[in-house]
Design a protein around this ligand. Structure first.
Ligand code: FAD
Length: 491
């Protein structure tokens, strides 16, 4: 078999991978990035919207895998959205050049400083709030919706109703920044440009407007001339060689998921940025398959970032509900974090179903009082996630409290339309942890028991950060790669 030699390999093109690629390329290093998903821009295939799911809507599935309303059949294709199903929790992830940035809602939230300090007591919070967070907000092109547009635009009725109801119930709301270009959205509304957020595009990719990583960090990295991205390349396992280099066994696939070639890569330095679940899969599987040394902390301190969905029905039915037209980009949140008994943050989420379903959807983000653990089951050759109802007790209590208080002030019922008993405890968009900074790795993401293996992605965050996580993942990656380069790790 042909062996492809590369000095530095990064696996995965999400936030951690994109930041690492840019900073290494700027430092003059040649980098090869392996991504199992498709390079959509290069392929020239448009993304599909929520109402007409097509090629981009699911990773090699026969049916759509949105959190609700999966009535659509599909021809399997290497789409952008994947769902990993475990016993008590389903985890959605992005696939493709740009990782999660292709499918996510773009909510770019900086964590509360006090909570950041609690989660990362050993990091210099001042440096993060004065330097890394402002830096990543600029690189990611974070912006905020114009208040007048929000007030006037019929596509944001769901936000206006959500905020009004929250205030009536005594909750505090906040404006949520985003990487979607709101000036573009205003032009969409005036029909000056093709519609994207106003045309139900989001979790299967946005054709316009959204500054996903392929338009920011990865584009800049490509412009250096030092980055090569190999898409549709899935790494199966890693081997540590006697000279401390790494050999990677990968498969190149076509867009139907068929293996075209088995490939072997060899590198001196390896960065794992396959996302929390992807990185854990690579480490634990490689350990099982060919004894890759792994530290005892790998798989520990995993959490769902307190994700807990809930909904309410008959929100203001007489005055027209939440609107039949909805932008896919959320801009409102309810901030109840300072409530000692019920600390949570919730997104006022859109439900763009093409009709007014008189339903409000909320994704709560709670503290994670009891962490889970990820392991590898040799028999099934699959990841196992130790996670059940006991891990989500506080989240359920908060959701109950929230819905009750909202319904008492505004009318409405718990949404049985969306969820069996009104709660989506098993929906996770924010898997975090399992390879925690300073526990399974050194203070800059270098894995313990290894000299040339690094982890730079969501798995560094110990299961919780109190808000949507990509701003934090990006900032931690910036901090780690800056220091690793300074320490001559890639010399
Ligand atoms: P990822 O972005 O997951 O990237 C990992 C990449 O590695 C993927 O492209 C994957 O295909 C690739 N990969 C994995 N395994 C392999 C392998 N073996 N070989 C080759 N490649 C591999 N967060 C927010 O902050 N705001 C939001 O509004 C928001 N909304 C979300 C909505 C949805 C529907 C989802 C699913 C997530 C959302 N998130 C949001 C979460 C956010 O997208 C993730 O936290 C973030 O993308 C994680 O970044 P990462 O760098 O850890 O990895």
């Amino acid at each position: 078999k042909e062996i492809v030699e590369a000095p530095i390999i990064i696996i995965g093109s999400g936030y951690g991978g994109a930041v690492s690629a840019l900073r290494l390329c700027e430092a003059g290093k040649k980098v090869v990035l392996l991504e199992m998903g498709l390079n959509w821009e290069k392929a020239g295939i448009p993304f599909s919207n929520l109402l007409k799911p097509g090629k981009s809507s699911a990773w090699l599935k026969k049916k759509t895998i949105a959190p609700f309303m999966n009535i659509f059949s599909l021809t399997p294709f290497t789409g952008t959205l994947d769902r990993l199903d475990f016993d008590n929790i389903n985890i959605w992830v992005g696939r493709g050049v740009g990782g999660g940035s292709l499918v996510n809602g773009g909510m770019a939230v900086t964590p509360k400083e006090d909570y950041f300090k609690e989660v990362f007591p050993n990091l210099d919070a001042e440096r993060f709030y004065n330097h890394y967070f402002p830096l990543v907000r600029e690189e990611l092109k974070v912006n905020v919706i114009d208040e007048q547009f929000l007030k006037d635009c019929p596509y944001y009725k769901f936000t206006r109703v959500g905020e009004e109801e929250a205030h009536k119930a005594g909750f505090k709301t906040m404006r949520v920044p985003n990487v979607y270009d709101f000036k573009y959205m205003e032009k969409e509304f005036r029909n000056e440009v093709p519609r994207s957020a106003l045309n139900t595009e989001v979790i299967y990719g946005n054709n316009h407007g959204k500054n996903s990583l392929d338009k920011t960090y990865l584009k800049k990295a490509m412009d250096t001339g030092n980055l090569e991205i190999l898409d549709l390349h899935k790494v199966d396992h890693i081997k540590l060689n006697d000279d401390k280099s790494y050999t990677l066994n990968a498969q190149q696939i076509d867009t139907s998921g068929n293996v075209i070639t088995d490939k072997v890569f060899h590198c001196k330095k390896l960065i794992l940025s396959a996302g929390t679940m992807g990185t854990l899969q690579l480490l634990l599987r490689s350990n099982a398959v060919n004894n890759l040394p792994i530290h005892e902390k790998i798989g520990k301190n995993w959490g769902n970032n307190g994700n807990f969905m809930t909904g309410r029905n008959w929100v203001k039915p007489l005055s027209g509900g939440t609107g039949s037209k909805q932008s896919t980009i959320p801009v409102g949140g309810i901030d109840n974090w300072d409530d000692k008994e019920h600390p949570f943050f919730t997104e006022i989420a859109p439900l763009p179903m093409g009709m007014d379903v008189a339903t409000a959807l909320y994704l709560l983000i709670n503290r994670v009082d009891k962490k889970g653990e990820v392991a590898y089951d040799k028999a099934t050759q699959m990841l196992k996630l130790n996670w059940d109802e006991s891990n989500t007790v506080n989240m359920r209590q908060n959701a109950k409290y929230f819905v009750r208080k909202m319904n008492k002030a505004n009318g409405g019922t718990r949404s049985h339309f969306l969820f069996n008993n009104g709660f989506g405890a098993d929906i996770c968009y924010h898997p975090l942890g399992g390879c925690v900074l300073g526990e399974a790795t050194n203070e800059f993401g270098k894995l313990r028991d290894h000299d040339h293996l690094y982890v730079l992605d969501g798995s560094l965050i110990p299961g919780t950060i109190g808000v949507n996580p990509f701003v934090t993942i990006t900032a931690i990656a910036e901090y780690c790669i800056e220091n690793l380069i300074k320490q001559n790790e890639f010399a």
